[in-house]
Design a protein around this ligand. Structure first.
Ligand code: COA
Length: 333
């Protein structure tokens, strides 16, 4: 790998999850399912629901939480990258709304759509901004109000998703043994029919017909996605380990996207990583799409589990298909 003069390091984290909890029992009352099925097939016990407010409101709260932990002021932020599949509106971007809410008066920014790989792709994008030397302080946010696009009559999908948001601050470090070291990222549009939201874009603008067909909700062929997700996440994470000569015991934590505990377990097994070294929040929050990974980072760091110098591998897979892995060494005390 070519030597870089600057790495991007995560120098602050913050999060927000709404208070309202939807547990598995609730789903037993609205669709033909059971707590036992949901738990054994997915690993989910409960998820959160944002009742009043949108994706940008959750992202704003996550950023406010982050700013409580750093001397950096919102006006010092150069750029905001907000990964989401549930922007408040098609435009303006939710990044603009967060910029105004937090008072990041000198920032530019944009939304990034890569479904469940959104935070991973945004983290690499923000990292490249820092490595270029042009930007010094980049906010990378994963925020999704999945309950706004979930069909609560479809048992195949409604039990899976929840709302949440988390943010990280990227700043330069000249000690290149820390920070974001490498990433391997992929997209493959042949996945479009297996996981999508068909309407609301330029292909199928909103109409009575699209509403009647329930095309403004998530559609997923779970079995098809499951197979490629396992292979995609495991292969790319293993490739990252090979590339950097890392063994299972060299890695403090695998931080996988949280779509299904069985996909997570299969990825960890392929990497030779024991279960105690895999971050999990799917039991509490379900699949929060772009927020799963930064929520894990924030909670495990705050609980004292992720420590300075730890080797971390982030892995994700999502609609598109999109997938990848990212290797970083944690730099926060
Ligand atoms: N409760 C009870 N039964 C359910 C159910 C629910 N909530 N959801 C589906 N089922 C049923 C199905 O109808 C099917 O019944 P049938 O055999 O009578 O048709 C049966 O359970 C098995 O369905 P299947 O889809 O094979 O289940 P699965 O074990 O694959 O689990 C998912 C379903 C969605 C949990 C799983 O496929 C998955 O996690 N897929 C990948 C998700 C992912 O990674 N997405 C990418 C990022 S978002």
């Amino acid at each position: 790998m070519e030597t870089k003069k600057i790495n991007a390091a995560i120098t602050a984290v913050g999060m927000y999850v709404p208070e309202k909890i939807l547990d598995n029992k609730y789903f037993e009352s609205i669709v033909d399912t059971s707590d036992e099925w949901i738990l054994t097939r997915t690993g989910i016990r409960e998820r959160r629901m944002m009742e009043n407010g949108a994706t940008s409101d959750m992202a704003t709260k996550a950023c406010e939480d982050l700013f409580k932990t750093t001397n950096v002021k919102p006006e010092e932020i150069d750029a905001i990258i907000l990964a989401t599949v549930t922007p408040d509106m098609m435009f303006p971007s939710s990044a603009c709304l967060v910029q105004k809410n937090i008072g990041a008066v000198n920032a530019w920014g944009f939304d990034l759509i890569a479904a469940c790989s959104g935070f991973l792709f945004a983290l690499q994008t923000g990292s490249s901004f820092i490595e270029s030397g042009r930007y010094k302080k980049v906010l990378v946010i994963g925020s999704d109000k999945m309950t706004s696009i979930t069909d609560y009559t479809d048992r195949n999908t409604c039990v899976l998703f929840g709302d949440g948001s988390a943010a990280v601050l990227l700043e330069p470090t000249t000690d290149t043994s820390y920070g974001i070291i490498d990433s391997i990222l992929h997209i493959d549009g042949s996945g479009k029919d297996a996981l999508n939201m068909k309407a609301g874009g330029s292909l199928n603008p909103a109409s009575h017909e699209t509403v009647d067909k329930r095309w403004h909700y998530i559609y997923q062929d779970g079995k098809a996605v499951f197979k490629v997700a396992v292979k995609g996440m495991a292969d790319v994470s293993y490739e990252m380990m090979q590339k950097h000569n890392l063994k299972g015991e060299d890695i403090a934590y695998l931080i996988p996207h949280q779509a299904n505990l069985r996909i997570i377990d299969a990825t960890a097994e392929r990497m030779g990583i024991t279960k105690d070294k895999v971050t999990i929040n799917i039991d509490k929050y379900g699949n929060t799409t772009t927020a799963t990974i930064p929520l894990c980072l924030t909670e495990y760091y705050r609980e004292g589990k992720i420590k300075k110098g730890d080797n971390l591998i982030i892995a994700a897979f999502g609609a598109g298909y999109t997938w990848g892995s990212l290797y970083l060494r944690w730099s926060l005390d």
